[in-house]
Ligand binder design. Structure first.
Ligand code: C5P
Length: 363
């Protein structure tokens, strides 16, 4: 259970939240613009990128559970996160510390299996996000992705019997209206250009809607599993990344089996593309950012709470939209500005409903 939130954040919580804002902006801008203008045959495979991200998360979480184990034996006297040991000693202790934890996981495979449904959902979400990014501008994508707050609230009511107060429901409706205003504004302007761009708004919106839904189901299911058993969060994340990797391989193999080769490929007997085809420095940066983002989500839910995570992504919308306008020539239409403001107000009001009630004198 995350600690009860006081009004002021600790420096550690603020660092986590600031990192989350930077990560969110960087992923969206890099994911959107690093592939813009690249010919279809030169693009990297999203499946490979997502699988490598999961592998990196797995590696990072294994190190984190090793550190947690060593900390129990050598706790820091200064209260720091790392044990009071020289770096080379830490490295030497790591294999046995990790081994102990891995054997605990392997001793109870049924326990681990519980995270396989959210692993499949997160994998789907992480793959479909790139389809959304390809078809929507960075600001529109981020604004529409705020609908995660609505889907997560609805799924929490359904699966966790969570209750919300009237102000929170009103905020969610306002958020939905805000997203609709942005979407209608985009539809008008894409009709205005006679559909000249290679982006497909409908595909982008369906993809972002599906990603919001699967984020909600995965997040709520994962919360249920984490709260149900006393296993550490990093152990749960090792299991999550492990199942995501397994599903990635299965998905990769199946999609290769059923892919239909173009007539040109068949005629010229084109050589198979390499595993890392189309990967550039930007792609490796995306893997690093996505893996770090996954760990940040886990840490924020553990050390702060889910709602504050929503606020950080709201701040990221403002930062990356400003960046897109100033440096990437994205034009912000008045519907976007209006819808964006409605969304940000509703995200804030949802998590600060008590303050809103006080302001409205409705306590
Ligand atoms: O919940 P949300 O949609 O914000 O999650 C964003 C990403 O965080 C997902 O892509 C998922 O892969 C990752 N994640 C994770 N570990 C968790 C929770 C989420 O890696 N415990």
């Amino acid at each position: 259970q995350p600690a009860e939130r006081s009004t002021a954040f600790t420096p550690f919580q603020l660092i986590l939240l600031s990192l989350m804002v930077v990560q969110n902006c960087a992923v969206v801008l890099l994911g959107r613009y690093s592939q813009a203008g690249v010919a279809a045959e030169d693009k990297f495979s999203v499946k490979t990128l997502v699988a490598l991200t999961e592998a990196m998360k797995l590696f990072a979480c294994v190190i984190l559970i090793g550190i947690d184990n060593i900390r129990e034996l050598h706790p820091s006297r200064t209260g720091g996160y790392l044990p009071d040991l020289p770096f080379n000693r830490l490295v030497m202790l790591m294999p046995s510390a990790v081994g102990v934890e891995i054997s605990k996981i392997l001793a109870n495979p049924k326990n681990s299996l519980a995270v396989s449904p959210p692993a499949a959902l997160y994998l789907f979400q992480n793959n479909i996000l790139y389809l959304a990014l390809e078809n929507l501008s960075a600001p529109v994508f981020q604004v529409c992705y705020q609908s995660k707050l609505v889907t997560t609230a609805l799924v929490s009511v359904l699966l966790l019997n969570r209750r919300y107060v009237k102000i929170q429901w009103v905020s969610l409706v306002l958020l939905g209206i805000g997203v609709s205003v942005v979407v209608i504004g985009e539809q008008d302007s894409s009709e205005g250009d006679g559909g000249q761009t290679d982006q497909n708004l409908t595909v982008g919106l369906i993809a972002v809607g599906l990603a919001s839904l699967s984020s909600a189901f995965a997040g709520v299911y994962f919360e249920k599993v984490v709260k149900g058993k006393p296993t550490s969060l990093w152990v749960r994340n090792v299991e999550l990344a492990f199942f995501s990797l397994v599903f990635s391989f299965v998905y990769g193999i199946f999609s290769e089996m059923f892919v239909t080769k173009s007539a040109e490929d068949l005629e010229f007997d084109a050589p198979a593309k390499s595993f890392l085809h189309g990967f550039t420095a930007a792609t490796y940066a995306l893997i690093f950012l996505q893996a770090g983002g996954g760990l940040l989500v886990a840490a924020i839910v553990k050390y702060i709470d889910n709602v504050v995570k929503g606020l950080a992504t709201g701040v990221a919308v403002v930062v990356s939209t400003t960046f897109s306008c100033l440096f990437l020539g994205t034009e912000v239409k008045y519907q976007f500005a209006l819808g964006g403001i409605m969304i940000l107000i509703s995200v804030w009001a949802f998590s600060n409903h008590e303050k809103v009630a006080k302001i409205l004198g409705d306590r």
